[in-house]
Write a protein that binds this ligand. Sequence first.
Ligand SMILES: [Fe+2]
Length: 432
Amino acid sequence: MTPASPVDSPALPALPHWEIPPADLKAATREIKAALRARIAASGRTVEEVFAVIEARVAERVDEIVAEKARGETVWPVIDYADIEAGTVPARELARLRRRGCAIIRGHFPREQAVGWDRDIVDYVESNHFFDDYRGPGDDFFGSVGSTPEIYPVYWSRAQMQARQSDRMARVQAFLNGQWRSESEGVQWFDPGRDSLYPDRIRRRPPGADSGGLGTHLDPGSLDLWMTEGYQQAFRHLFDGTVEQYDPWDAAHRTAGTQYAGSTMCSAFRTFQGWTALSDMDHDQGVLHTVPIPEAMGYLMLRPLLADVPDDDMCGVAVNQAFPANEKWHPLLMRAVTGIPDVQAGDSAWWHCDMVHGVDPVVDQQGWGNVMYIPAAPWCPRNESYAATVREAFRSGSSPDDFPAEHYERTWPDRFTIDDLNDTGRRGLGLN
Ligand SMILES: [Fe+2]
């Protein structure tokens, strides 16, 4: 059964769509903006009115966040891993997780285990002469952070795979996936209880480091968010006169559609992006910040349709670049930028996949700043298809398809092997 979707509604004009990047981006931008405006108008509302609905929702959250900060409160929800395991997360914290779209999981792993993993990673790269062989940043995004390898393009260490296939990780991922609506319109969009083990890198930033940080941006896509059929359906409520029903936790139409390729693209559908801390990190040492408002995605999607943005411009969004959020087009959102609290090795940080985030700059960093990136990427058609490429990369020790083709680990003898997989690992790679 094809799910009924307002995008298919004969009452509203259809949207043009491009399943690969259009050759003439500016012309396509003009075309899609005109079509989106016409569709909103045909629903009986104006773009300004629809935007004002989202703006009011977001502004209410911004005011809450500004007030919490003024009272010296921790804006990021903090949830004890023990409560997730016992099923006793307080209702207030659950509500805050949904409201803020992000959380720190305290004690996700025992501190000694995380510190041990950090040491194992150092042994792994040093014994394989990584620093002698390092050829410089392999991509044009994290490459801007600096020329020393703070981001290790290493995917298959025992430490990373042990964390990815651990019961503790699976439990937290299932808990986070459960904040989303995985089933709607008669379709199960993803399986909240099965992760696809999305392999990502490691960051190890040493004491004394200076870092320019990363500007505020978001990662779910670029112009494809407006231009592909799947995303047009995912964001249907913003464009069909039912903006009040826009729900950032609805996975409908998000787990199978096409995406525009690019060096910053993530092929997987992630409910949350995340990392696990491998060192203690204080809140003022160049750490992660977010705009902790999931609904802000609606604001970012509608903002380019207002009259002050040139017709061939989507507020600076371009293919093959991270989606920028900034003071010029989104000053309301920038008032809510909020960094994480102090974390310890073994804590993890998570943020809704659509949320604006960045990394603060730091000068003469105190202590290490070490994380392994492990998101929640539940099993769904998109992730199943990417898992096929992950399996091959895992077997050969290659860099996964979403990352630069650096392949440092192919000749490293002590990487994690197929015999080391447990049931979670096998299921995550689609080997069962
Ligand atoms: Fe990012």
